[in-house]
Design a protein around this ligand. Structure first.
Ligand code: ADP
Length: 259
């Protein structure tokens, strides 16, 4: 029954999403049609005015095209190219990138001392996911604060709460000292296109993409957030049990010592 409820909620979210997009798209089409109609009426007597209406139509068409482009890139999720990787090493390797992304007024702390296990995933997409979480954290902190990234091995027991099957996982947690999320925002944060950011700044696709990627890797995402205090988002990715020889260039012992 719980699974059915979750499915029903998902369908409702998809319904709201497609309804919202159809509505936006219709508004843009109305601008195009209206502009063309006015231009047609003016074209014989006042060609200059017709031009203005044609420009308006063009703008509406451009916006509609931008919307469908965004939809397409969202639907065409990149294929996973998984390999055995050492998450501790991947995260410590993002040092410079994170410092540059977060700016001088946000202190970045990385702790990988409790991470030894390898995982089987797409390294590029995992980096993107972490970077997206860091950018969200930066936005939530309004430029100043502290960002903690922790990578740690974690065993989930049978019957533990949450969606994870019992077993070994690597948890990657990103914690910020930002504004936090209200219950209402938290309830919708993972919906595609849900954003509280101004137009042009947020796409509302970051968290939904991360969720899709982590679920594809048979993991899960957990969120703890308190308004005015901050947010922790944790990615759980299953431990890889294959032979260490498949790890290639990765040296497990180094990652633990790196910080
Ligand atoms: P976007 O960042 O483009 O808005 P996301 O899907 O990444 O899209 O996030 C959706 C919304 O969730 C954000 O607009 C914001 O309201 C909220 N959110 C995400 N991460 C955080 C965070 N670390 N702290 C506070 N709010 C957050």
């Amino acid at each position: 029954a719980e699974a059915q409820l979750a499915q029903a909620q998902k369908m409702e979210a998809v319904g709201q999403l497609t309804g919202g997009i159809a509505h936006d798209f219709n508004n843009m089409l109305a601008v195009v049609v209206g502009g063309l109609d006015l231009a047609r009426r003016k074209i014989a007597q006042r060609p200059a005015e017709a031009g203005v209406h044609l420009d308006g139509a063009m703008e509406g068409a451009d916006r509609a095209a931008a919307l469908t482009r965004r939809l397409l890139s969202f639907a065409r999720a990149e294929p996973l190219l998984p390999a055995a990787i050492q998450p501790a090493k991947l995260v410590t390797g993002m040092d410079l990138l994170l410092d540059r992304t977060l700016g001088e007024r946000i202190a970045v702390h990385v702790d990988v001392t409790r991470a030894q296990w390898p995982i089987w995933t797409d390294a590029h997409q995992l980096e993107n996911a972490i970077l997206n979480l860091a950018v969200n954290a930066r936005d939530a902190m309004d430029g100043a604060g502290r960002l903690d990234i922790q990578v740690a091995d974690e065993t989930i027991a049978a019957g533990a709460p949450g969606d994870l099957a019992a077993g070994d996982y690597v948890r990657i947690s990103v914690t910020d000292t930002g504004c936090g999320m209200s219950k209402a925002v938290l309830a919708r944060a993972f919906e595609p296109f849900f954003t509280t950011k101004p137009v042009g700044k947020g796409t509302g696709l970051g968290l939904s993409q991360i969720f899709g990627f982590v679920r594809q890797s048979r993991g899960d995402v957990r969120v703890e957030s308190e308004v005015g205090k901050g947010t922790t988002i944790s990615l759980y990715l299953p431990r890889y049990h294959g032979g260490l020889s498949e790890l290639g260039a990765v040296e497990p012992s180094k990652a633990a010592k790196a910080r």
